[in-house]
Write a protein that binds this ligand. Structure first.
Ligand code: T5A
Length: 220
């Protein structure tokens, strides 16, 4: 059976994951690779509905445990209906957030017990782990400035999770760093404080280091 590659992007708010994930997908396609780009929470009809529930800021926001279960339900659906079939067909999957976000946000950020999270997450993904995770690390002030610029440009405001206090966001960054320390083979930390082009060069170098210069071998 053919198997594709599973690459995830992780990091705090405004680190530039979506931008780099889209760029990586374009590059891989240009090299002749079949790519599925998806995101968490989301990527299926049910998971997108869960996403909108999670982002809803009206009365009755989810408590920490409900929030966890909703993220895991969305993930189980995405893995079962999108990621596993794509990998089995030999496609590459580029996913904006995956399990590490749960450990960082619900574990280190919200303070839910990591042991329980690992067991529950493993049940949701049925043992699936990314081949490569790119952790985009930005200083808090850089991330905040990007988010503000985007809010001004799109006339939107930050959501429930983005509005969590500074303490939450610094626990999050520390949590991601610990996850990377624990799994240096899979999680590669990228300094994402620079321009989009600077970050892109580092992303591509990490992907090529992990898998070789795929397809046409075209490199930047
Ligand atoms: N969550 C998710 C959990 O709590 N637990 C979980 O298990 C999971 C899966 C998802 C929320 O859910 C939480 C985490 C999140 O709070 P979301 O809206 O998908 O919500 O939030 P994010 O994943 O954080 O997505 P964002 O779009 O906010 O951030 P990105 O994807 O990191 O950043 P991006 O690429 O959209 O860029 C943000 C802005 O900065 C600019 C972009 O143009 C954009 O305007 N930018 C740069 N500017 C300057 N220099 C660069 N290098 C730049 N790169 C991007």
């Amino acid at each position: 059976m053919m198997t594709g590659r599973f690459i995830t992007f992780e990091g705090g708010e405004g680190c530039g994951k979506s931008t780099q994930a889209a760029r990586l997908a374009d590059e891989l396609r240009a090299r002749g690779v079949e790519v599925v780009v998806t995101r968490e929470p989301g990527g299926t009809r049910l998971a997108e509905l869960i996403r909108s529930l999670l982002k809803d800021e009206r009365e009755d926001p989810p408590c920490d445990r409900s929030e966890l279960l909703l993220f895991l339900a969305a993930r189980a659906q995405l893995v079962r209906n999108v990621i596993r079939p794509a990998l089995a067909a030999g496609k590459w999957v580029v996913c904006d957030r995956f399990s590490d976000s749960t450990f960082a946000y619900q574990g280190y950020g919200r303070g839910l017990p990591l042991d329980a999270l690992r067991l529950m997450n493993d049940f949701a993904v049925n043992g699936l782990s990314p081949d490569l995770t790119l952790l985009l690390d930005v200083r808090p002030e850089v991330a905040l400035a990007r988010m503000r610029r985007r809010e001004e440009a799109t006339n939107t405001s930050s959501d429930r999770i983005e509005q969590a206090g500074d303490g939450f966001h610094s626990r999050l960054r520390d949590g991601f760093a610990r996850l990377a320390e624990a799994e240096p083979g899979r999680i590669k930390t990228i300094d994402a404080n620079g321009s989009q082009d600077e970050v892109w060069c580092k992303v591509l170098a990490a992907v090529d280091a992990a898998f070789g210069a795929t397809g046409s071998g075209r490199r930047l």
